[in-house]
Design a protein around this ligand. Sequence first.
Ligand code: AMP
Length: 396
Amino acid sequence: MLTMDTYDFSGKKALVRVDLNVPQDANGKVTDDTRARAIIPTVNKILKDGGSVILMSHLGRPKGKVNPAMSLKPIAEHLSGLLGKPVLFATDCVGADAKAKAAALKPGEVLVLENLRFHPEEEAGDEAFSKSLSELGDVYVNDAFGTAHRAHASTTIVAKFFPSAKLFGYLMQAEIDSVGKVLGHPQRPMTAIVGGSKVSSKIDVLRNLINSCDELIIGGGMANTFVRAMGGQTGASLVEEDLLDMARTIIEEAKAKGVQLHIPTDAVVADAFSETANTDEAAADAVPDGWMALDIGPKSVESFRAAVLRSKTLLWNGPMGVFEMKPFQRGTVAIAEAVAEATSKGAFSLVGGGDSVAAVNQFGLADKISYVSTGGGAMLEYLEGKVLPGIAAIKG
Ligand code: AMP
């Protein structure tokens, strides 16, 4: 397989799928350019080699129609500032303008194509559209981990037109390497921390992780379903009644595979789902009627923290409580701090696939984590053990 470091882009036009789907304000101004910054190493390596770069991305959900509010033009201008050089722009991702501008591109130049999703063929994975895209470049680089779980034209199908010139960009490679360190051959003990609101969205993640972790910590709203499945009183907490059997199955599977399962023993409870609710502490299996568990309690924090600190590999997906509201933040902050502390002592930590990424950013701890994933849905599917089409297309 080709890699960014070993491939020589000299004289080549690199067609690079990136994720420039950045948040903007009402005037189109970029409000968070994390994703744009994340592609800079890949762009700079190609330029340094003496190649040129053709960037393609989606922005928002234009649903296959041209929508000027979702044009990539302002993003291309922002990128120009980040790169410190002019960036050319094609008013469509295929057709005469794109062809002419790609053909005229000289080594050291960067061209951004208009929003791929202005064409319904992008999300449909249309072959002819993919071929048109492929004709713009000599080599295909996929650096868009956030869309790697979609078999779209630019993320997957286009790769078949570059049978011997396709590779992962640096960002994509870093995501793949990080998951490999956790699910491949992790340093043991390996502990997975899974939280968030619902069991229903994490069933496959839990069942897959049970195959590779030594300890499994369950927190957040989904823990209530486990507490109830074990016969606890959960009051007005979020519980998925239809998944009680599934929760019991997961408990059994963990036992059968020798995985130490941690479920909260106590909780911060509230009499309403509100920042101004009355709050108290309660045993996780004795939540009073009308009250709901919105964070893990201090005893759970202590035992979860101890498990985190004895681990050599950590994977964290999903908050321990309703961390968006101050009174229910403590559990998530404590786990974030424990993961950071374990990392400072040599553990490898990956945070990804959900709101735990927002949490570590909000608490200013992201730089104390070994790797914070950029891809929400893509990371979740990866952790479920699924083959991501965007990854398979490069490897295949
Ligand atoms: P997810 O997107 O599934 O990772 O869930 C993240 C959401 O779960 C966050 O918005 C949290 O506010 C929410 N959450 C965490 N703990 C609880 C809880 N105990 N009850 C209800 N919602 C929760």
